[in-house]
Design a protein around this ligand. Structure first.
Ligand SMILES: [Zn+2]
Length: 392
């Protein structure tokens, strides 16, 4: 009997490859069904949600669109019944029927996601990107109570990798010994190796203030280069709570850094500098390849608009326009600004930052910093876009 391979939540590098693939897949004649499931309540609850939401979407469809939808839904049902990593908390599945070029991709996640099922011309990556943005991922070197432990942090999952006793108090005071001799325990070689093979994840050092300095000196040079933060952890916490303390601090730091970025962006916008706000202006900047950092409000997505099937002109109105304001054509397709903006950013590897910010909300929920002038010759007018290729 063939062994069933249980897919594990993807490490970050693999996930960015998957994201780029999902963002690059061409739109076809059939739409994508993007499914997000919170696995914490079990597969049966996910299936219930899927059927409930599917019946609501089904009512809006007819003909070949309905057939394509049923086909993609069947693929998602089958995928959901496959074994998944028991530790996975969320699952994203993207499916499209044969008519659009058969496509199925499942992404198990270390973090929970809100249940969702949407039908659109391309995969909806917003919930996946938000979940990934929200997730802590680093190698943690926790030095406390006379020991150093290396832990891989990914989402809520903490995987211990190596541990060694740590005699910093005695040896650190001996000036005849070099930094490498600070820690005599041979197990520290194992710790060193664990730190050196961190899979490119940023390194965070945490622990008692008293021994953090020694550990920094002891870190091998190329490992020290990955050090992105030092966190003082109260001695009163046990090991598990210390890890939680670090995870919370890292999440707070991420939020603060996002707020600082929004503040800088608003100042740049006010001074007429290299920044743009609003979905259409940002979309055009991304199309021209001039966006450097994309900042997205983490609340509800901006309202959908419509794009002309013939010339691609975007109509931001909520109601289906009678005809295109540019070419007069009657054919229109739904245009979801956030999905489109995130899709372009992922294709180009543009940094995406989510921020919970009223200031960003007032700016239309999406803004971007632009590249420096040397790269700006091709910068588009931030005014009304004229063309949009709906069919890639
Ligand atoms: Zn048109």
């Amino acid at each position: 009997m063939q062994a069933i391979k249980v897919p594990r939540p993807a490490p970050r590098n693999e996930l960015s490859d998957q994201l780029r693939l999902l963002a690059s897949v061409d739109a076809g004649d059939a739409a994508f069904l993007s499914c997000y499931l919170d696995l914490r309540d079990g597969v049966a609850a996910c299936e219930q949600f899927l059927e409930r939401r599917a019946s609501a979407i089904r009512r809006t469809l007819a003909g070949s669109a309905l057939e394509d939808f049923e086909s993609a839904l069947g693929m998602i049902r089958l995928h959901l019944r496959r074994p998944t990593d028991p530790d996975a908390q969320g699952l994203a599945i993207f499916a499209r029927s044969l008519a659009g070029g058969s496509f199925l991709s499942g992404v198990p996640l270390d973090v929970p996601v809100t249940n969702g099922l949407t039908l659109y011309r391309v995969p909806d990556l917003a919930p996946l990107l938000t979940a990934v943005d929200d997730e802590t991922r680093c190698t943690l070197a926790l030095a406390r109570n006379g020991a150093i432990q290396v832990v891989d942090l990914q989402g809520d999952r903490a995987t211990p990798r190596a541990w060694a006793a740590f005699a910093s108090a005695t040896v650190a005071r001996d000036p005849r010994k070099d930094a490498a001799a600070v820690i005599p325990d041979h197990r520290l070689q194992i710790v060193r190796r664990a730190l050196a093979t961190g899979n490119g994840a940023p390194l965070v050092l945490a622990g008692d203030a008293a021994c953090l300095k020694d550990v920094v000196e002891w870190l091998p040079g190329r490992v020290a280069g990955r050090l992105t933060g030092i966190i003082d952890v109260p001695l009163s916490l046990n090991q598990q709570d210390a890890v939680r303390f670090v995870t919370r601090r890292l999440a707070d730091d991420r939020r603060e850094s996002a707020q600082r970025l929004v503040g800088r962006l608003v100042r740049v916008l006010r001074s007429g500098g290299l920044a743009l706000a609003g979905t259409r202006a940002v979309f055009e900047a991304l199309r021209a390849g001039t966006a450097e950092t994309l900042v997205v409000e983490s609340g509800p997505a901006p309202a959908s608009g419509w794009a002309c099937d013939h010339c691609g002109t975007i109509e931001p109105c909520a109601a289906v326009p009678d005809r295109c304001s540019d070419c007069g054509s009657r054919g229109t397709a739904e245009w979801r600004p956030l999905t489109e903006v995130l899709r372009l950013a992922c294709q180009q590897g543009v940094r995406i930052v989510f921020a919970d910010s009223d200031r960003l909300r007032y700016l239309g929920g999406v803004a971007c910093m632009l590249k420096q002038p040397a790269e700006m010759q091709v910068m588009p007018e931030p005014a009304l876009p004229r063309q949009l290729d709906l069919v890639a």
